[in-house]
Design a binder for this molecule. Structure first.
Ligand code: C2E
Ligand code: CA
Ligand code: CA
Ligand code: CA
Length: 395
């Protein structure tokens, strides 16, 4: 559940209760309170946009105070796994600072609460917000949370669909294969491009699910649209997060058997980011993927690290040269020489080369002359929905 409504006076959590989520007030008012020696102590009163209950979630503890609705109140629930993942993904130092802050808060609060009733001697005490560990403040938090829930919802509703962009033989413009590119058919926002959800998917750990949903659907749709005899390949994108364990191997294997897609016609594209964190693991994962009969393409070559050492130490079959490089072809300058050298090197190492981002025909003669096999770009075709696949293939 994402949202919950509480009636006036209702308890949101009790003191001592194990914590599995934090809250953001969307509407209404929440009181954070504790009872000591039968004295009701109001630690804070929170309104719209404020976050509470996050500390106990972060240190896996129990609630150190009670939260109750003052008026009818609507809260947005942040699950503890959502919160913790973000801490784990942050710099190690951030995690350390945070846990030491939590410890200090806990100590301060224990002291404060045990002192208070005797010190103040009243039956109702109001404290400033700052000293209670069940309270924080937020504005942007609401934004990421809502977007993350929306992404989760979209995945469950199968709103992520592949578009297909032809990859052609430069020699004769015939279609050799397609790259599946994710699009989000959003019920309110319309067709959303990857630039607006890939980052978010990577941050909240849902990117692997998106990738696999796209791959499965692309295999199914391309198989459906392909006339008997024609064998275009399918190139799919794998985020770097797949290369930390072997889960992706089993997932790909299952997709291949479920859809009946020929593994020899599947290529997975990855960027160098997938290799740098744990090169040995990445190498093993790639080797197992190749064991399925699938081929491997290194994407966006020319951006990022572009270390030549990767080229000979990983089993790539295809090298995709990034559009920023391809555009320089034919222009005077060193980039032209670099592209030329990359293509020659790749060919020498037995890799096929795809030039990405071909927007104009003037790039074709130099690419052909340099021995580049495949081309991809708006000049040939934009990415199209599956409904246009058959038309492209009949062309
Ligand atoms: P990419 O893998 O490098 O894909 C090529 C991008 O260049 C696509 O953008 C494509 O539409 C665009 N493109 C193709 N030809 C041309 C051209 O001639 N000119 C220009 N200016 N652009 C061209 P798109 O579809 O917006 O995807 C952007 C990026 O999002 C992809 O870059 C890829 O990194 C990522 N992405 C897309 N789908 C997936 C997916 O299913 N999983 C993952 N992990 N990433 C994906
Ligand atoms: Ca790609
Ligand atoms: Ca690319
Ligand atoms: Ca790219």
């Amino acid at each position: 559940m994402i949202r919950k409504t509480y009636l006036p006076g209702a308890t949101i959590f009790f003191e001592g209760q194990p914590a599995d989520c934090a809250y953001i007030v969307e509407r209404g008012q929440v009181e954070i309170c504790a009872v000591r020696d039968r004295t009701h102590i109001t630690l804070a009163t929170l309104g719209q946009g404020e976050i509470f209950g996050e500390m106990a979630v972060l240190d896996d503890g129990v609630r150190s105070a009670e939260a109750r609705a003052v008026q009818e109140t609507e809260v947005l629930i942040i699950r503890s796994d959502q919160l913790r993942r973000r801490i784990l993904e942050a710099e190690p130092i951030v995690g350390q600072v945070l846990s030491s802050l939590i410890k200090r808060f806990r100590q301060a609060q224990t002291g404060l609460l045990s002192d208070l009733p005797t010190r103040m001697g009243t039956s109702h005490v109001v404290m400033p917000n700052a000293n209670c560990d069940e309270i924080g403040s937020s504005g942007a938090a609401l934004e990421w949370l809502l977007r993350e829930y929306d992404l989760e919802r979209g995945l469950a509703a199968c709103e992520f669909v592949p578009f297909f962009q032809p990859i052609v033989m430069i020699e004769d413009r015939s279609i050799a294969g397609f790259e599946a590119l994710a699009r989000w058919r959003h019920p309110e926002r319309g067709l959303v491009p990857p630039s607006e959800f890939i980052d978010l998917g990577e941050r909240c750990g849902l990117i692997r699910h998106i990738d696999l949903a796209i791959i499965a659907e692309a295999c199914r749709l391309l198989r459906q649209a392909t006339p008997v005899g024609a064998t275009p390949f399918l190139s799919v994108n794998l985020s770097a997060q797949h290369f930390t364990d072997f889960g992706v191997v089993a997932s790909l294997s299952k997709i291949l058997s479920d859809t009946g897609f020929d593994p020899a016609h599947l290529k997975v594209e990855l960027t160098e980011t997938a290799l740098v964190q744990d090169p040995r693991k990445a190498h093993e994962v790639l080797t197992q993927i190749k064991g399925l009969g699938v081929t491997i393409a290194l994407d966006d070559f020319g951006t990022g690290y572009s270390s030549l050492s990767y080229l000979h130490s990983f089993p790539f079959d295809v090298l995709k040269i990034d559009q920023s490089f391809v555009r320089q072809l034919g222009k005077p300058g060193r980039t032209h020489d670099i592209v030329e050298t990359i293509i020659m090197l790749a060919n020498r190492m037995g890799m096929l080369v795809v030039a990405e981002g071909i927007e104009t025909p003037d790039l074709i003669p130099p690419l052909q002359q340099l021995g580049c096999t495949f081309g991809q770009g708006y000049h040939y075709s934009r990415p199209v929905p599956a409904s246009e696949l058959a038309g492209l293939l009949a062309r």
